[in-house]
Design a protein around this ligand. Structure first.
Ligand code: PHE
Length: 450
């Protein structure tokens, strides 16, 4: 008999760890800048539909498969359909996606951590807010972004090395409530600015002429990225869930909480952007250029800037923990390495891949593949290819390859009586979500014409 597998100790812990995986730079950095670039409310609405119609059912499917198999993602998909071993590709693609995402994610997380220190120093010295030039100097530098990035990877690795319940669960139970409180504080500040209402309209009044196939595909990709889907993260977390977790209501609450954080982040950023006449479509730098500039113009602004980057760092940490856990669970499960060793190997891999991503925004700007630098290329591959295709494959496994009664039994778990929503979720997983992924995917690549 081998040692008992680590896992989440309680339903509450399973919930907070899952929310912490979902909530991340996706909410605070990616969602606002994609909404800004793609014209605001029409994109937001498409994104919400993608979460409800595709993201939520696939989240449920991943949790169910993980809990049924009680193994890491690679081992789960290798054995979930007996005699059809090729589904293991979902697991391997997930490990690859985890490294690709971490390569650029840890770069952005490094900027966030450095901005806590920088904005604190700026407030302390009274030197005025961090400017667009400050950000450009950081992001396009060599040693400074690399050192922050490596520091972040080491920090997150230490938490993951402490284990599933003592590391992941304990850390996220602490950070999630603090994050929410800080975010609400920033919202109150931003929404009480004169002129704030324009930012609210930008987020909630749709202009559908802005929608196109590529915009819809990126909204779908964002839904996957946001809920950490299509790459084994949620399968791995499902494998740590106690039997007492009611999978469907739990996933519903996770998706709701995550969406709420995105909206709250948008409501902290856009009213301030409009109130001070900044450009909402400024892209990936939106967070780093407008937040300090905008917040510094209001009373106690420097203080709020520090808070905002602090909460962003907390969000990024929970998400990175879950990204690192995918390869770590595989290396320590199937490959039987001790956990600390698995963490060290994973961290080294991330750093090796992270260096070209980070340098591609500076000294390696000229190195391009498919007209993209490494940072953009990694992001593009995961968001528009790996995650949607992984999600599609997972829906096919859950809806078409598993026996319906087995799958529904896992969903129901300890829930008594027949629950109507189980059948509804099943119909989505089997028909609606995969069909939508295929349509959006083909449309995004221009198959139905531009
Ligand atoms: N959901 C995280 C975020 O929004 C990112 C992530 C993607 C985490 C995939 C795990 C897996 O920031």
């Amino acid at each position: 008999m081998t040692k008992q597998r680590d896992g989440f100790a309680s339903s509450l812990g399973a919930f907070t760890a899952t929310v912490a995986s979902a909530v991340g730079l996706g909410n605070i950095w990616k969602f606002p800048y994609l909404a800004g670039v793609n014209g605001g409310a029409a994109f937001v609405l498409t994104y919400l539909l993608a979460v409800a119609l595709v993201g939520l059912p696939i989240l449920v499917a991943e949790h169910a498969i993980g809990r049924k198999m009680r193994k890491d993602a690679v081992a789960s998909y290798a054995t979930v359909v007996p005699r059809e071993g090729f589904w293991v590709l979902i697991g391997y693609a997930g490990v690859v996606a985890a490294f690709l995402i971490m390569a650029f994610y840890s770069d952005v997380a490094g900027w966030v951590f450095s901005y806590i220190v920088k904005s604190f120093m700026a407030a302390f010295r009274g030197t005025g807010p961090l400017s667009a030039q400050d950000f450009a100097a950081l992001a396009s530098g060599t040693w400074e972004p690399l050192i922050w990035q490596i520091g972040v990877v080491v920090f997150v690795s230490l938490i993951v090395a402490a284990g599933v319940s003592k590391g992941i669960e304990a850390a996220t139970k602490l950070t999630m409530p603090i994050l929410l409180a800080l975010l609400l504080l920033c919202d109150i500040r931003a929404l009480t600015l004169p002129g704030a209402f324009k930012g609210v309209t930008f987020l909630f009044a749709p202009d559908f002429s802005k929608l196109s196939g590529t915009v819809i595909l990126s909204a779908l990709g964002l839904a996957f990225f946001k809920l950490s889907l299509g790459m084994g993260t949620m399968t791995t977390y499902g494998s740590y869930m106690p039997e007492s977790v009611r999978l469907v209501p739990n996933a519903g609450r996770v998706a709701l909480a995550d969406t709420l954080v995105s909206i709250l982040a948008g409501l902290a950023i856009f009213p301030a952007v409009f109130a001070f006449g900044f450009e909402p479509a400024s892209g990936p730098s939106l967070l780093f250029i407008s937040i300090p500039a905008v917040f510094s113009k209001m009373p106690f602004g420097n203080f709020f800037t520090v808070l905002f980057f602090l909460l962003s760092a907390l969000a990024a940490t929970g998400a990175m923990i879950s990204l690192i856990e995918v390869p770590v669970a595989w290396l320590s499960g199937k490959m039987k390495l001790p956990r600390p060793k698995a963490v060290i190997i994973t961290a080294l891999g991330i750093i090796v891949l992270g260096i070209p991503a980070t340098l591609s925004l500076g000294p390696w700007k000229e190195v391009q593949l498919f007209k993209m630098g490494f940072f953009d290329l990694f992001d593009y591959i995961q968001q528009n290819l790996l995650l949607p295709l992984g999600g599609l494959a997972i829906a096919i496994v859950a809806g078409w390859r598993l026996r319906k009664s087995d799958f529904l039994n896992e969903l129901a778990g300890q829930e008594k009586g027949k629950k109507w929503y189980l059948t509804l979720v099943y119909i989505f997983i089997k028909y609606i979500s995969p069909a939508l992924i295929v349509l959006v995917f083909l449309n995004g690549f221009g198959v139905f014409g531009k």
